[in-house]
Design a protein around this ligand. Structure first.
Ligand SMILES: C[S@@+](CC[C@H](N)C(=O)[O-])C[C@H]1O[C@@H](n2cnc3c(N)ncnc32)[C@H](O)[C@@H]1O
Length: 299
């Protein structure tokens, strides 16, 4: 697996308490929820959140029969598990988004928020998501927009050397990328998705503005501004709704996990393990205390 792209590892991270809890980001949390509710079908069969972290947005998925919270960090998934309790609709899966451990055509809805900035190989990631999306499914993607007003101002006043107008991603810190909307749309199309509606989000993500004005007012103003997302994109965050083409095959009933190494469907858990039956693979993956772990094989 040495040729897989590098991963930004949140194992053991204090992301929840350091970034969200009482950290003055109610505005960001609320405007992201507004955009998500506008784009995501409110109910359905099986949903996956890719890079779900500690499950910040899990309460948005009440209308779904099964919800996979997928993340590379076991510790963040354990935090999700502890605050969501034993709701059987939630399935916790640790793994790498470049090697998704699911059969093709499985998910009705895919959601990915605040994670694409860690993707060093976006085409490889989108190819995996197009594979596991059900024909006619929906993929709601949020990405960090390099063409935002702050970056434009910094570039024009020569305080930033990279151009916010250039299409290629910019890695401003190791494994942290900002993307141009046109570049993202082109990569989505190459993967087979049909990118459609866009919503620009978090227009008022500025400390002094957030300090002076009530959060509710800013959220209302942002909700209105989000609607201009298909005309121009100058906000730091952009949501894009993608339709998966309606042709192709849905996953066979009863199938779910697939070996992330060889791609063959896996059977049921046996003695705390999922076992790949391919003679040349034979890898085994652990299921412990409600967490499916595809980060490394047991054997
Ligand atoms: C900034 S956090 C966002 C968490 C969540 N989406 C939210 O908005 O609260 C980024 C998440 O992406 C996950 N991540 C990064 N690279 C990953 C990869 N290759 N496979 C799966 N998850 C990954 C991290 O573990 C982390 O939980």
């Amino acid at each position: 697996m040495s040729d897989t792209p590098p991963v930004c590892d949140y194992e053991g991270s204090d992301y929840r308490t350091r970034f969200w809890e009482n950290q003055g980001r109610d505005y960001e949390d609320q405007v992201e929820r507004v955009a998500l509710r506008q784009m995501m079908p409110p109910s359905g069969g099986t949903l996956i959140e890719i890079g779900a972290g500690f499950g910040r947005l899990a309460d948005e998925y009440v209308g779904y029969e099964r919800v996979v919270l997928f993340d590379y960090s076991r510790s963040l998934l354990r935090e999700a598990q502890s605050h969501l309790g034993d709701d059987p609709r939630f399935i916790y899966v640790a793994g790498n988004w470049y090697e998704m451990p699911f059969v093709a055509g499985l998910f009705d809805t895919l959601v990915q928020i605040r994670t694409l900035h860690h993707a060093a190989d976006v085409p490889a990631l989108f190819a995996q998501l197009a594979r596991i999306a059900r024909p006619g499914g929906d993929y709601i993607l949020e990405f960090a927009n390099k063409q935002n007003l702050k970056a434009i101002a910094r570039f024009l006043t020569k305080r930033q050397d990279w151009s916010p107008f250039a299409p290629e991603p910019v890695e401003f810190v190791a494994l942290n990328f900002d993307f141009h909307p046109r570049w993202i749309q082109a990569r989505l199309q190459e993967a087979g998705f049909h990118p459609g509606q866009m919503r620009t989000v978090s227009h008022f993500r500025l400390g002094p503005v957030k300090d002076k004005l009530p959060t509710g007012l800013l959220v209302s103003a942002d909700s209105m501004a989000q609607r201009t997302g298909n005309l121009w994109q100058l906000s730091p965050s952009v949501f894009v709704h993608n339709a998966n083409p309606s042709w192709g095959e849905a996953a066979a009933i009863g199938t779910f996990f697939a070996c992330p190494t060889c791609g063959v469907p896996l059977g049921d858990v046996d003695n705390g393990r999922l076992r790949c039956q391919t003679p040349t693979c034979k890898r085994q993956w652990s299921f412990t205390d409600g967490l499916y772990d595809f980060k490394e094989p047991l054997t």
